[in-house]
Design a binder for this molecule. Structure first.
Ligand code: ADP
Length: 485
């Protein structure tokens, strides 16, 4: 093939490519910017027909509102500098309607082998879809931001790698500062009440493990006033489960917290006052019981034993209320000692037996497992869990307890054959005052604090508590406690 034929074929190929390309393309030659080629897309953008091919750009665009555009292209030719235009607005008539479209443009000077500029290449890509999608997203974000601001909830976004926090103006206001101010994470931690700093740092440790950040704490404003805030957040991890970001909200709960504090103080005071008469009542009943037993008076023995069981129930309830108020005010302290869990389980079972005459409570103790924990509080947790197993399963069914070591933990399980729990309730039962309300539980009295207290006690021991359950089949409540190395 001759050279000239080859050149013609190549030019034809390039021309085909330009005509068929999904973007608008044109080549303008020489200092007059003669329109050498322009595909359909480009003609549509210019609102011109094929007859402009071969004309200088200024002539083709004469009498049009495109003079600045023409000048820009001449400048590119003269200056030899490439020019980019992003998301440029263009009105186009498509489907008989004028609509706004968006294009990214490149005007590139084209050079020959001797590095002389021979013309300008124009390439325009339509980006309308991307621009509209982004605008919709920005609008939605703005609406959401306005809605959140209107609720008075502060929002924040923590970059956990760089330790940089982005905060909404409402959050800054909630800290008693000027909403325009920028704060660091350290500043946010510094204003936490000294007595609540541990709560906040523990919540962060927990968040890194579980992905959920949740705490209520006091903060001190620059004017010295104390305010309660509740913070919730969610951790975002990378594929290696490394925490990257945490997003969350904070709201001012001062008022609600003050009400709660007053209510707790009242409950604590009333419970405390009830403790003394109840203790003496129990002593008198035990005295009477001893005397009835001496006389072998079966009627009195049975009536007094029932009374003692009711008093024990009331005592447990009152202790529960007292513990609740201690937890709420962060005053629940552990008194740890070394003891064998198997012995304790047997003791708690023996104490629970009289209140569960129809149930079969089974525990096969293995060799002793020593743990360092608050014996009285762990016995309270066991008592609560056994008590619930009895309460929420039919008389005649079996309750099985197990205690075993697992890696670095002790696992204690309390399994019943009772009513079981729906998956949605399983997540809530450890919350304060939560009770399942359906036909199976309606006859059972309670306050919904036993599991909450048990969970708090186990948390204070750095352990964990949970439940595995199937509705209608039964539940296994379990807790894990760390074993010393
Ligand atoms: P209470 O029993 O006083 O209501 P708890 O905090 O001990 O309070 O328990 C909370 C709720 O969890 C109960 O109301 C009950 O609905 C459910 N629950 C607890 N233990 C069991 C169990 N073993 N089987 C089924 N449901 C249970």
């Amino acid at each position: 093939m001759k050279n000239s034929e080859q050149n013609t074929m190549e030019a034809q190929h390039i021309n085909d490519l330009i005509v068929q390309a999904p973007v608008a393309i044109s080549f303008l030659r020489g200092h007059e910017l003669i329109i050498e080629s322009a595909n359909e897309h480009m003609l549509e953008l210019w609102r011109r027909q094929h007859d402009i091919i071969g004309q200088p750009l200024a002539v083709a665009m004469a009498g049009h509102d495109k003079q600045t555009y023409v000048k820009l292209l001449y400048d590119v030719y003269k200056s030899h500098h490439i020019h980019y235009g992003y998301e440029t607005k263009v009105w186009l008539n498509r489907n008989d309607r004028d609509n706004l479209f968006y294009f990214d443009f490149v005007y590139k000077p084209v050079k020959d082998a001797a590095n002389n500029v021979t013309g300008v290449m124009i390439i325009a890509t339509e980006v309308t879809k991307q621009v509209v999608a982004r605008q919709l997203l920005e609008d939605a974000e703005e609406r959401l931001r306005l809605a959140i601001e209107a609720t008075g909830i502060g929002t924040w976004d923590l970059d956990m790698e760089e330790d940089v926090i982005f905060t909404s103006p409402t959050l800054i206001e909630m800290m008693g500062l000027d909403p325009e101010e920028k704060v660091t994470r350290q500043q946010m931690y510094d204003i936490v009440h000294p007595d609540d700093k541990l709560i906040v740092s523990r919540a962060l440790e927990e968040a890194i493990k579980t992905g959920i950040y949740l705490y209520e704490a006091r903060i001190i404003w620059p004017d010295g006033s104390v305010h309660w805030v509740k913070t919730r957040g969610k951790v975002i991890y990378n594929e290696q489960h490394k925490p990257l970001r945490m997003l969350g909200t904070t709201n001012d709960i001062t008022e609600r917290k003050q009400d709660e504090i007053m209510k707790n103080d009242f409950i604590a005071m009333a419970s405390h006052e009830l403790k003394t008469p109840l203790t003496s009542l129990k002593a008198y009943i035990q005295l009477l019981l001893a005397s009835a037993k001496k006389r072998s008076d079966t009627f009195y023995i049975s009536a007094l034993e029932k009374s003692e069981r009711q008093i024990n129930k009331m005592t447990r309830l009152i202790h529960g209320f007292l513990d609740l108020s201690k937890i709420e005010s962060g005053r629940l302290r552990l008194n740890t000692q070394d003891f064998d869990i198997n012995t304790l389980i047997n003791e708690v079972i023996a104490d629970s037996m009289p209140a569960a005459p129809g149930h079969n409570i089974v525990f096969n103790a293995g060799s002793p497992i020593y743990i360092k924990a608050d014996k009285e509080k762990i016995s309270q947790v066991l008592g609560n869990l056994i008590n619930n197993a009895v309460k929420y399963s039919a008389s005649g069914s079996t309750i099985t307890l197990t205690a075993k070591t697992e890696v670095e933990s002790l696992r204690v399980g309390i399994k019943d054959q009772g009513i079981g729990l729906k998956p949605k309730d399983q997540q809530k039962i450890f919350q304060r005052f939560f009770r399942v309300d359906d036909e199976n539980t309606r006859g059972q009295s309670g306050f919904g604090i036993g599991l909450y207290l048990s969970a708090e006690i186990i948390k204070l021991h750095h352990g964990s508590i949970g439940v595995e359950s199937e509705e209608g089949k039964g539940s296994e409540f379990y807790f894990l406690l760390p074993l010393q190395g």
